[in-house]
Design a protein around this ligand. Structure first.
Ligand SMILES: *[C@@H]1O[C@H](CO)[C@@H](O)[C@H](O)[C@H]1NC(C)=O
Ligand SMILES: *[C@@H]1O[C@H](CO)[C@@H](O)[C@H](O)[C@H]1NC(C)=O
Ligand SMILES: *[C@@H]1O[C@H](CO)[C@@H](O)[C@H](O)[C@H]1NC(C)=O
Ligand SMILES: *[C@@H]1O[C@H](CO)[C@@H](O)[C@H](O)[C@H]1NC(C)=O
Ligand SMILES: *[C@@H]1O[C@H](CO)[C@@H](O)[C@H](O)[C@H]1NC(C)=O
Ligand SMILES: *[C@@H]1O[C@H](CO)[C@@H](O)[C@H](O)[C@H]1NC(C)=O
Length: 512
């Protein structure tokens, strides 16, 4: 295998010469709230030439999923390989609620640092504490203005250049993570720049300029409206702005990849591109329907060219990123415990899929959500196979929650107004059913990809349901999920139950 040779060679060479030897590096590109708005995923309206170019040198994953559809929890999973209920990042990290991962978590930057790999992060970090996610080169919020490090692509380019210039004098391989803030909504924090920050530095009077950004404008009547958003002029206008912001993300990716090439690292760097969660529209972000859970995912390896440009059907999850990066560097995952429970990562390396379509690795993927904002408690656990999706809404008697930045958006207000006034919504659901969900939802994705027909009471599917529930609870157990007995049971795992944790029924749902 080539990378093992590479490790041997680099050690030898370094002991003899003081030259920079390129070996194996990693570049992770994470978009903020992006979806499938690219030709790579069959959207022919939104122009993303740089993502398209990257896809030509990548395996394109068609069945990739986030492990939680919320920003900080998702980023904590990307960087730790552990679901949010296991790493402790239950909700958004920023602001005074400051959700944090547990102190014991051995995150990717921590493991890599220990193995003498140089780590860098630019843009949106949004995870903590610092001691769990330490990077050698850190240009992120709150120390830096998020708009400048996350959306000003000229600035991002220069920060990448500095990192790579320093790399020329460094003998270690590198791991560089770039958290683009585009195409996240903007009106909630910076209303002056428009709903998607599409006016930030767009060259109009008073807005400032980003020398490297050529904004692309779209006709709202020509956008590709996803099935899960109401097809109204209000939504179409918002989507056109989202696309304009994606032009900044896409051109930023182009600039970063160009820096990589200029400094000669394009020949030995594994590149991963994905997004943290679903798009910030109804049924998207904070939902675990596929519209909130499915993600774009490209993996480009200069050492695995056989499948460049091919589409893979293998089910993959963000929990696979840590095992993939460790495999790439030839590092094994450390043995340790969190809160006394041994940590057993459930992800898999994707490097074998870069060589051939490995069907035996087609295990189900899982997802786990607790909160987004602190008031948005809506715990869910999900198992997804190729054909089926089972969603467990633990606190189903509460209404589903709406987040602040989406709430004030025109597209949500449009839906609320239409619902209140009883006019046609042009939407595929009713808000009442969106707010109040069943405790269990089962969908046959093959025939019902939009997840509209809940089959949970279909007795012909009893064995499927039994299998999926078993898979889910086994995964909850392996990942030390404190919610494993919820909602109807109480977990006893201390004192005399320490070595044999049990769920006891609380009879919450009796009419007492
Ligand atoms: C795009 O559409 C084509 C034709 O339907 C399909 O074969 C291909 O898998 C799709 N690509 C992705 C990434 O979904
Ligand atoms: C964007 O970053 C570049 C490079 O740092 C800087 O010259 C430019 O002024 C920034 N744009 C704005 C509007 O701050
Ligand atoms: C959305 O509505 C517009 C205008 O009525 C129509 O032209 C378009 O085909 C619709 N798109 C979808 C995806 O239904
Ligand atoms: C919704 O209705 C309110 C009250 O009538 C109105 O002020 C607002 O402009 C409407 N918003 C949208 C997006 O339709
Ligand atoms: C399934 O059956 C339960 C119990 O009768 C009922 O409350 C629920 O609405 C049914 N759900 C569906 C999707 O049919
Ligand atoms: C988790 O699995 C272990 C080992 O099979 C078992 O002893 C324990 O009871 C399970 N925990 C729960 C809460 O079911």
């Amino acid at each position: 295998m080539r990378f093992e040779e590479c490790h041997c060679v680099i050690l030898f060479v370094l002991s003899v010469y003081t030259v920079t030897v390129h070996c194996r590096n990693v570049l992770v590109l994470i978009a903020d709230d992006a979806g499938f708005e690219t030709k790579v995923y069959n959207n022919t309206v939104c122009k993303t030439p740089n993502i398209n170019n990257l896809a030509e040198k990548s395996v394109i994953f068609k069945n990739a999923f986030t492990s939680v559809s919320s920003c900080s929890p998702s980023r904590s999973v990307i960087l730790s390989g552990l679901p949010q209920h296991q790493n402790g990042m239950y909700g958004l990290h920023q602001g005074y609620h400051h959700f944090m991962s547990f102190d014991e978590v051995r995150s990717l930057p921590k493991i890599l640092k220990k193995h003498d790999i140089r780590t860098g992060i630019i843009g949106k970090k949004h995870v903590g504490p610092e001691s769990v996610y330490p990077f050698d080169y850190d240009k992120t919020e709150p120390k830096h203005d998020i708009l400048q490090v996350g959306r000003n692509i000229t600035n991002i380019k220069l920060l990448v250049r500095t990192f790579l210039q320093q790399q020329q004098y460094d003998t270690r391989p590198f791991f560089l993570y770039i958290g683009f803030h585009d195409p996240h909504r903007c009106e909630h924090t910076h209303p002056e720049y428009g709903s998607f920050c599409e006016k930030f530095d767009n060259g109009e009077p008073g807005m400032g300029t980003i020398p490297d950004w050529k904004p692309i404008q779209y006709n709202p009547d020509e956008v590709d409206v996803p099935y899960f958003i109401q097809n109204t002029s209000t939504s179409r206008l918002e989507i056109s702005k989202q696309y304009t912001t994606i032009s900044r993300l896409d051109q930023g990716i182009g600039l970063v990849l160009n820096e990589l090439k200029t400094y000669g690292y394009d020949k030995d760097t594994l590149i991963l591109y994905s997004s943290d969660n679903g798009i910030p529209f109804i049924n998207g972000r904070t939902n675990l329907y596929d519209s909130g859970m499915a993600e774009p995912f490209l993996v480009s390896s200069p050492y695995h060219t056989a499948r460049h440009g091919q589409v893979s059907d293998v089910l993959v999850s963000h929990v696979d990123i840590v095992p993939t990066v460790l495999h790439w560097f030839g590092i094994s995952y450390p043995k340790y415990t969190i809160n006394g429970i041994p940590v057993q990562p459930t992800g898999k390396s994707l490097l074998p899929v870069l060589k051939s379509e490995v069907y035996e690795e087609n295990q189900p993927v899982f997802a786990s959500h607790n909160l987004h904002e602190v008031t948005m408690y809506y715990p869910m656990r999900v198992v997804r196979t190729k054909q089926y999706k089972l969603i467990h809404n633990l606190n189903y008697r509460m209404p589903f929650t709406i987040d602040q930045d989406f709430f004030i958006s025109d597209s949500f207000q449009d839906l609320l107004n239409r619902t209140r006034s009883g006019t046609k919504t042009y939407w595929f659901k009713a808000l009442k059913d969106y707010y109040y969900r069943e405790p269990w939802e089962l969908y046959n994705i093959n025939v019902d990809p939009h997840e509209t027909k809940n089959l949970i009471n279909d007795s012909s599917l009893n064995s499927v349901i039994k299998y999926l529930k078993q898979e889910l609870v086994t995964w909850q157990n392996i990942t030390g999920d404190p919610w494993i007995c919820s909602p109807s049971g109480i977990l006893e795992d201390k004192g005399r139950y320490k070595t044999n944790p049990q769920c006891f029924s609380a009879d919450y749902y009796l009419d007492l």
